[in-house]
Design a protein around this ligand. Structure first.
Ligand code: PMP
Length: 400
């Protein structure tokens, strides 16, 4: 009988999946944003000056006074009912989705939804389609399940449909993960035509579209494009939402709209993973949004991101006219092509003049050097944006 000190895996200390997981660039990006001397377009953190601290403090005090004991108790696995009712009602009104509170599962940020999706749907080696460039958080979450990523190129109005169809014919995937509104990292919003084409292409393939809508409510323009979830009546869509970019990322509240046939599995994995999401945090966020503070915070976030984005586009047009970009219709990211300069070199050169940008390479897996960089406007004033683009313009122009 082997004794308790025997190593069952020989020399390997860690599970084999750890070797297949890309190293955490998110941590590296965050490190870069922390240096005070750098004007950083790098991180994706929301602007803390927009956090409604006082209103949240009032909501927290009200919760402790009115429902402190319930708020400090375990939550049900699916989450606090009034919050789920609020979310369901909002989607009925905003996107015309016929969704009830029982279809909503509250999670610890939408990052946990991605992990749950991995647990429920992915076996090692399963193909996962993902936009190229794609969201790092999704690449990281699904890589833990040893997915075989297949990149779907992103064009100016959404994924390349011909390529998607060819890929579906070759190897239908378990999942196709995408961010149709103000995508991270490209800032692209899919056109309605593209959304309908994706729904049609996925019909009868068994591939589920994971629609991550972290930025849907951060649209600048008036017009809205229907969610894939509302186009695909047969519910091959898992829709994810999050309060992180709208309100407070530190509260860690996200959710997934689960089609009925997946409910049992989602509840079962959440129960086994974290038991439930923080009851206290759900009560406080619910008290905050019941007070209409959500609308006030959203207006503020939208307006301030729109004016930052306008400043960025104007500076780019003026100082870097050779570098192509699509004007984002929402969110915080802009994807800047750097023709003739590798994204890595462009990021290095920017760093030397005290500006942080993220090279395109980080948003593909397997990695490849892309001639593009990601810029995030969320934490920079319009004055800093102009100053930073002035600096990188001289640095990049010297490279060509
Ligand atoms: N999805 C995308 C595409 C994002 O960019 C972000 C913010 N980084 C999120 C989701 C939010 O994640 P979470 O709810 O885990 O904070």
């Amino acid at each position: 009988m082997p004794g308790p000190t025997t190593k069952p895996h020989g020399k390997n200390l860690f599970a084999s999946r750890m070797a297949k997981t890309p190293k955490s660039f998110i941590r590296e990006i965050l490190k870069m944003t922390e240096k005070p001397e750098v004007i950083s377009f790098a991180g994706g953190l929301p602007n803390p000056s927009l956090f409604a601290v006082e209103e949240l403090a009032t909501a927290a005090r009200d919760v402790m006074a009115d429902a402190g004991r319930a708020a400090l108790q375990y939550s049900t696995t699916e989450g606090y009912l009034p919050l789920r009712e609020f979310i369901a009602e909002r989607y009925r009104q905003r996107l015309g989705l016929s969704v009830g509170p029982d279809e909503i599962l509250i999670t610890n940020g939408s990052q946990q939804c991605l992990d749950l999706i991995g647990k429920v749907f992915l076996d090692p080696g399963d193909p996962v389609f993902i936009e190229r460039p794609g969201y790092l958080g999704a690449i990281q979450a699904f890589s833990l399940y040893e997915s075989a990523f297949r990149p779907v190129p992103l064009l100016d109005d959404g994924p390349d449909i011909d390529c998607l169809k060819a890929m579906l014919e070759e190897t239908p995937a378990r999942l196709f993960y995408g961010v149709p509104n103000a995508q991270n990292p490209s800032g692209i919003t899919y056109s309605e035509e593209k959304r309908r084409a994706i729904a049609a292409a996925l019909a009868d393939t068994g591939t589920i579209f994971v629609e991550d809508d972290a930025y849907g409510e951060l649209r600048f323009g008036e017009s809205s494009v229907p969610a894939l979830k509302s186009i695909d009546r047969e519910s091959r869509v898992l829709y994810l939402g999050s309060f992180s970019q709208l309100l407070f990322p530190g509260m860690r509240i996200g959710y997934v709209l689960m089609p009925e046939e997946t409910r049992k599995e989602f509840l079962s994995v959440l129960e086994r993973t974290s038991g439930s999401t923080s009851s206290l945090v759900q009560h406080v966020i619910n008290a905050f949004i019941e007070d209409r503070s959500l609308e006030v915070s959203l207006d503020l976030a939208r307006n301030s991101m729109a004016s930052r984005m306008r400043a960025l586009c104007k500076s780019l047009d003026a100082l870097l006219p050779r570098m192509p970009f699509e004007i984002p219709q929402g969110g915080i990211y802009l994807w800047l092509g750097t023709p003739g300069i590798s994204g890595d070199l462009a990021a290095e050169a920017a760093k030397r003049v005290g500006v942080g940008v993220v090279p395109g390479r980080l948003f593909s897996y397997p990695e490849e050097d892309i001639q593009a960089v990601r810029l995030s406007v969320s934490r920079l004033s319009t004055v800093m944006i102009r100053e930073a683009i002035g600096r990188v313009a001289s640095a990049w122009n010297a490279l060509t």
